[in-house]
Design a protein around this ligand. Structure first.
Ligand SMILES: CCCCCCC/C=C/C(=O)SCCNC(=O)CCNC(=O)[C@H](O)C(C)(C)COP(=O)(O)OP(=O)(O)OC[C@H]1O[C@@H](n2cnc3c(N)ncnc32)[C@H](O)[C@@H]1OP(=O)(O)O
Ligand SMILES: NC(=O)C1=CN([C@@H]2O[C@H](COP(=O)(O)OP(=O)(O)OC[C@H]3O[C@@H](n4cnc5c(N)ncnc54)[C@H](OP(=O)(O)O)[C@@H]3O)[C@@H](O)[C@H]2O)C=CC1
Length: 279
């Protein structure tokens, strides 16, 4: 484990990382723990969380400094129980990284109400209810806190995944609203938007072919690692960040600035669609 930041940056602090069992969330949890934080991870699958706790133990993080417990952020009661567990064990929360999220590809016209809601609940509602719970029970009473929301690069829309595009845009706007509401109360809240070009457990689900397309659509012509995302999250989560709030930062190799991010099939009957292309 390595970090560009000084050891002890998060000494005596407690950080919650949602979706901390894999990918970008796990990279954040490892870096925060390396820098002295006690870390609490959640996700839906206990096996992933156990593996993450083992990884942290392998980094030399004492077991007492880690809490890894299942919590589906789509369920406000599970959020309340998880935050209660964190406060019961560590007594405070200084940092919240709202990283849990995900979706499935689908043409918008095929999305069912249940499918739309599953994704909006996962990415927008889950982020809000976790933030509200942590703010009410820990950060607002303490008049301090750093929140980082992990979204996605949606500034050009998200064709083929409109549900997540709408939800992530909602999180970005929420970030701006809460930044102002809580500015005088010691809380800083920002968002980090990875491009579709981060090689992680998440993007591996989309397959090598799409990842290669994402690489080619990136001006920097390479994929990034989860650690390259986590170091920005970690800075924004630290007390060294006092003057940045309500901002959204892309970590995307310039991807939104140029060219096709990815292609979706032309709908049937679209003018110019080749006859053999199906929507
Ligand atoms: C390389 C470039 C590629 C582009 C990458 C874009 C950048 C983004 C990257 C990432 O986000 S990385 C993280 C990737 N990981 C994931 O996205 C997985 C997370 N997804 C999920 O956990 C689930 O899909 C969900 C969104 C949480 C839904 O889970 P849930 O358990 O609630 O689903 P169900 O109850 O089974 O279904 C509800 C509803 O949703 C429809 N649905 C679910 N999955 C699919 C699917 N794969 N395809 C189509 N529809 C799906 C399902 O049909 C249900 O609706 P109905 O059955 O009633 O129609
Ligand atoms: N990698 C990339 O290129 C990009 C990633 N992102 C976003 O960055 C974040 C991290 O992604 P990445 O690390 O790549 O992918 P991963 O799939 O590895 O990480 C997502 C994590 O979120 C957890 N999670 C998902 N849904 C829930 C839920 N309802 N409740 C609790 N935990 C949940 C998953 O754990 P479990 O399955 O156990 O619940 C998993 O650990 C996600 O929000 C993703 O959408 C955005 C754009 C691009």
């Amino acid at each position: 484990m390595r970090s560009i930041f000084a050891r002890g940056l998060f000494e005596r602090q407690v950080a919650i990382v949602t979706g901390g069992g894999s990918g970008i969330g796990l990279a954040c949890a490892r870096e925060l723990a390396y820098l002295g934080a006690k870390v609490a991870l959640c996700g839906r699958r206990a096996d992933k969380l156990e593996a993450a706790a083992s990884t942290l133990a392998g980094d030399g993080v004492p077991g007492d400094d880690v809490l890894a417990a299942p919590c589906d952020i789509r369920e406000p009661e599970q959020i309340a129980a998880f935050v209660g567990q964190v406060l019961g064990k560590f007594g405070r929360v200084d940092v919240l990284v709202n990283n849990a999220g995900g979706q499935f590809p689908s043409p918008a016209s095929e999305l069912t109400p249940k499918g739309w809601e599953a994704v909006v609940r996962n990415n927008l509602n889950g982020t809000f209810f976790m933030t509200r719970e942590v703010a009410r029970r820990a950060m607002l009473p303490a008049r301090r806190g750093r929140i980082v929301n992990v979204t996605a690069s949606v500034s050009r829309g998200f064709p083929g995944m409109a549900h997540t595009g709408a939800a992530r845009a909602g999180v970005e706007n929420l970030t701006r609203s809460l930044a102002v509401e809580w500015a005088a109360l010691g809380i800083r809240i920002n968002a980090v938007a990875p491009g579709s070009n981060i090689r992680s457990s998440g993007t591996s689900q989309y397959g090598d072919e799409l990842l290669e397309l994402a690489r080619r659509a990136t001006p920097l012509k390479r994929l990034a690692t989860p650690e390259e995302v986590s170091r920005l999250i970690v800075f924004l989560a630290s007390d060294q960040n006092d003057f940045i709030t309500g901002a959204v930062y892309g970590v995307d190799g310039g991807q939104p600035l140029w060219g096709d991010i990815w292609s979706i099939p032309e709908p049937d009957g679209a003018p110019g669609a080749p006859p053999d292309v199906k929507g």
